[in-house]
Design a protein around this ligand. Structure first.
Ligand code: PAF
Length: 280
């Protein structure tokens, strides 16, 4: 595996592979890699001739300075994991390399960005669109891989791809969970041992709510999930919305196969998760 830190070298190296007709898989990450990321890389490895993983904690998508400062950075361990799964290039630039000038672009992300994480984290999705569009322009991958834990983020990225006319296949990959059901996240390392024991209740309560459908209304199920999670020590639901899987808009009926998207503070750690309301 090659570690590349400059855009120029990245473009040269990937350009060379493309000129040989090879397909390129890109997995954008912010590092602190866990098995969720590795499942994306494994899939990219299976589906492409050449795999690039970017590791970059993108400052423009953080609207909270403490969150940016405390975001885990584990470059050495990340490189070992990427090497072990057969990645071709780990692209690990510094901030100046990606943003030699401030990025002032404002994307019209439309309705998919105007709910949930949109209003809760102003500027966050614009920052995601900035970095992902830069990575797409630099690598021009055949396919790019994103985890469904960030369900709304995928919708935002698809919208950005549409407005920027990128010819790239966006591949959604299922959430990876620990054995106890907690969705894998780089932020989980910040949970105390007690919080780590409590956090799987987010998934177990959402899962239990599947059995309330279709006899209970969407509004009843939504309130039940919020109340049950808020009863757990150290947990505070920021929002729980049951939304259309494509538009991200809250729904009132079950007919479209909606997705429940949640954000919960567990102590001061912000965890997100989601569940598909399809009879299982
Ligand atoms: O999901 C993430 O880790 C980030 O938002 C992404 C897509 C790598 C952009 O920085």
């Amino acid at each position: 595996m090659e570690i590349i830190r400059t855009v120029e070298q990245l473009k040269d190296r990937v350009g060379c592979e493309k000129s040989l007709g090879r397909s390129i898989g890109l997995v954008p990450t912010m590092g602190a890699l866990h098995d969720g990321h590795i499942s994306l890389v494994d899939r990219a490895r299976r589906e492409n001739d050449f795999v690039v993983v970017s590791v970059f904690v993108n400052p423009t998508q953080f609207n909270n300075a403490i969150d940016l400062a405390t975001y885990p950075r584990t470059e050495e361990a990340d490189c070992e994991k990427l090497e072990a799964v057969g990645v071709d290039i780990a692209f690990i630039p510094d901030v100046k390399e990606i943003y030699p000038e401030p990025d002032t672009r404002v994307f019209d992300l439309g309705e998919v960005a105007n709910v949930m994480e949109g209003p809760m984290r102003p500027g966050h999705f614009n920052g995601v669109a900035q970095i992902v569009s830069k990575l797409f322009s630099m690598v021009q991958p055949t396919r790019a891989y994103f985890g469904e834990k960030d369900f709304q983020q995928i919708a935002v990225i698809k919208r950005m791809v549409e407005i920027e006319n990128f010819d790239i296949d966006i591949v959604d990959c299922p959430i990876k969970r620990a054995d106890d059901g907690l969705a894998l996240s780089s932020r989980n390392v910040r949970l105390t041992p007690t919080q780590r024991e409590l956090a799987p209740s987010i998934h177990s309560i959402m899962k239990e709510s599947l059995s309330m459908m279709p006899d209970h209304t969407v509004a009843e199920v939504k309130q039940w999930v919020i109340d049950e999670i808020n009863k757990v020590d150290e947990m505070k639901v920021e929002y729980y919305e049951i939304v259309h899987p494509l538009t991200m808009q809250p729904v009132e009926t079950w007919s479209c196969g909606p997705v429940g998207c949640i954000t919960v503070y567990c102590g001061d750690v912000r965890l997100i998760d989601n569940i598909k309301y399809i009879k299982q």
